[in-house]
Ligand binder design. Structure first.
Ligand code: SAM
Ligand code: SF4
Length: 334
């Protein structure tokens, strides 16, 4: 195998970074209990990257060998100009995959345009199929609207849509089989996620709400015949196949199954902080480079390459120590 060109992104542990998660807003129309406090203060406009700055960073990463970009937030589709940004990202030479994570609230009206923009895959959050519980967990969301969004995404031709469900004990843990059945019936994949201690939330004690992936798998096995699969989507999900269906069931288990060894990703917060690890505060301020050296792509790329030196080896979440990380998932870019 020929060695990689020197300008590719490789960290101290030999992991090649090929995946950028790009947060384009910290705002959201929901206030999910595991993600946000009820009363959130959002960033003032001057503090967040403009759409042009977000595009410039994305372009620099692609020129440095990043092949996949996932746009996220906050709720990415509530940012004005999000669709135009996605259209421009979809045109980046060298980008192999553009994907989006969304709560689904805006999908009914935007799914077709997202598809036309070149978004290849969607992750849609769905933690419950009970409208009352949905409102309680999201504190404001309307389940019917999200279900219409999922339908619109399927009608727009999106394939391999993946649902994301964060599972909390005594909140939605008894719904895992119903959620899996919904995914199977609609030809979707689904990943079950263990809650991570990101930011202070006022709704529940995270240690008490912890429900392990292995418990979810045991619950599912009572209704479905699951087979471990060695396929992966380049992310932290471990997948299972359900006998008799095309759906994949994934588990994202930051507590019970560490996935750091194969980490290929970094995150950009909407403030322009390049986060080298979900579970550590190591970061580099790219906004300062963008604003002090406008148009200086070489400087931007040099800063990104140097940042690889501080990518930590692993995260270490400890639910007994609250909070480990002070930024919320909505700021981190989940
Ligand atoms: N608003 C969009 C959504 O909900 O899909 C995109 C951003 S959201 C931060 C991305 C993902 O992070 C969602 O699937 C959400 O369920 C998950 N998430 C948020 N807070 C989390 C936490 N504390 N632990 C684990 N997952 C979390
Ligand atoms: Fe909003 Fe997504 Fe966080 Fe829920 S998980 S509050 S939808 S950003």
């Amino acid at each position: 195998m020929s060695p990689l060109p020197p300008h590719f992104l490789i960290d101290r542990y030999g992991r090649r970074v090929t995946y950028l998660r790009l947060s384009i807003t910290d705002r959201c129309d929901f206030r999910c209990v595991y993600c946000m406090a009820e009363d959130m203060a959002f960033l003032p406009r001057g503090q967040i990257l403009t759409l042009e700055e977000l595009h410039a960073v994305a372009q620099a990463f692609v020129e440095l060998g990043v092949e996949r970009i996932r746009v996220t937030g906050g709720e990415p589709l509530v940012r004005k100009g999000a669709l135009e940004l996605l259209e421009n990202l979809g045109r980046l030479q060298g980008l192999q995959e553009l994907t989006l994570t969304t709560n689904g609230s805006q999908l009914a009206q935007s799914a077709a345009r997202l598809k036309a923009a070149g978004v290849q895959r969607l992750n849609i959050s769905l933690d419950t199929l009970d409208p009352d519980k949905f409102r309680q967990i999201t504190r404001s969301g309307d389940l019917a609207q999200v279900l219409r969004g999922i339908e619109a995404a399927r009608a727009a031709g999106f394939r391999r849509i993946k649902l994301n469900a964060v599972i909390l004990k005594n909140r939605n843990h008894h719904e895992v089989a119903d959620l899996a059945a919904f995914a199977i019936a609609n030809g979707l994949d689904i990943s079950f996620i263990e809650e991570m201690p990101l930011g202070v939330v006022d709704d529940h004690d995270r240690a008490e709400a912890y429900y392990a992936s292995d418990d979810i798998r045991r619950d599912l096995a009572a209704r479905f015949s699951l087979h471990a699969s060695n396929e992966h989507s380049g992310g932290p999900s471990r997948y299972y196949r359900v006998v008799g269906s095309d759906s994949r069931i994934g588990f994202i288990s930051p507590h019970s199954h560490n996935f750091c060894d194969t980490c290929n990703r970094v995150r950009l917060t909407v403030e322009g902080r390049l986060l080298l690890c979900l579970g550590n505060e190591h970061s580099v301020d790219l906004k300062q480079v963008l604003r002090n050296h406008p148009g200086d792509t070489a400087k931007l790329k040099k800063t990104i390459m140097a940042a690889m030196e501080i990518k930590p080896q692993r995260h270490d979440f400890d639910l007994a120590e609250q909070p480990v990380i002070f930024r919320h998932m909505s700021v981190t870019g989940g």
